[in-house]
Design a protein around this ligand. Sequence first.
Ligand code: HEM
Length: 490
Amino acid sequence: DQVNKQLMNLPPSPPKLPIIGNLHQLGALPHSSLGQLAREYGPVMLLHLGRIPVLIVSTTDAAKELLKANDLACCSRPKLASVGRISYNYLDVAFSPYSEYWRELRKLCVLEIFSVKRVKSFRFIREDEVGTLMDSIARSATSSPTDPVNLTEKVFALSGSLIFRKAFGKSFRGSEFDRGKFYELVHDAETVAGAFSYDECFPGFGWIMDWISGHSLRVERVFRKLDSLFQQVIDEHLKPGRTNQEEDIIDVMLGIEKEQTEEYGHAWLTKNHIKAILLNMFLGGIDTSAITVVWAMAELVRNLALMKKAQAEVRGIVGKEGRVTEADLDKLQYLKMIIKETLRLHPPVPMLIPRESITNFKIKGYDVYPKTIIQINAWAIARDPKYWKNPEEFSPDRFNDTAAMDLKAQNFEYLPFGGGRRGCPGIYMGTVTSEFLLANLLYCFDWAPPAGTEVADINMEEKTGNCLTLSKKIPLLLVPSKYLGGQAAQ
Ligand code: HEM
């Protein structure tokens, strides 16, 4: 309450404007502007986005204090109305507030969807789809050797096809689904999921702005389209006599629903739960892996010596096999360091997913009260010169010296997948996908900037595609030429 709040030692706040609070200080790249502000106001700052209090955590020490000592006090998610709508009233894993229900669901998903065993069971999908992409790039390299390939477009399309097929058991190739429309829908859902509505920032009158700007209508339209897509595919799975060659995520979840019904007379996992989990796979799994591969390729083309080193590794291991297989990945230690370094310098989810505090807690001696939104600036933390030598430099070899630094946030200077109870459960799926695609791109082709441009011309500006992810602003165009050393066995 008000009196208690006055007695609290609140974190420092940059000066705010009436009504909008600190909204004007976010800019086009909030992770960067907030990193700048943190240098002035310290490792924890309290901002106000309109009326919403938001705690920004910007250093390794503070992130450790938050995720280790205070994880339980702040592992909920804010209930945003648009997210509520598209997640079937928070039936999903990523946006559901902390509760007994969320704990059960997360456990189920970790065991059944994100497990190493399940991810491995989709190996043939990755090998098939990546193989098709390599063939298509090879064809264009042969027919028009000087034409650049839009690698951003290809990599995003591939990542979308992979998740689509793992979830639905069907490929875009030969199906009635339109790839372009599917991406558009995923993109619209991401935009809806990543944005606060005016009503949340400005209680009392914000709804008028939502109405004028068309926000409410947009949310409803996206929800209806998603729901009808999910319903259509689930109905297909329920048709008697369906023959499925590939067990997909819908099969797995319908199986769990059936088991629960047989055992208890009813299932708590209903069709709406299944749809909400599918939504998480689309929003969590497509752009993140694609963004990583695009940044990795951009960095390597700009650093020829690193590119050559990576190609020597993968070509040395794979020899004349003609294609990298997933069995090769464990031997590709330098490739793994490249992915780690890419995730450090270009974390695809730079401020993680917003959390919300459940109870009072203290961080760095400051009080945080319940219902405060919490954002960890993983982007700023991974560029902190106190922990990283030459932090702005792309240098995969730095992970040689920190072999213990894994991706699971045991080290709080490196948080590309977040951490604590809400940390990303899709780490394995995400890294295998990125590593496997990158390995094939490096093995099968040599890459050069388009004719008339220099390596130094490759634009490295960032863009926040929606409020959650950070990608390369300008699509990456490169000219591939086929690696002939891999052809003998083909
Ligand atoms: C390179 C790939 C990926 C990156 C960088 C990434 C990053 C993240 C981050 C930063 C979070 C928020 C963690 C936090 O709040 O502490 C997260 C959460 C999540 N991610 Fe990922 N992710 C990736 C791949 C995937 C994949 C492939 C899937 C699923 C198919 C996935 C599903 C999820 C889900 C469901 C959550 C919410 C977890 C919860 O709230 O309990 N992610 N991810």
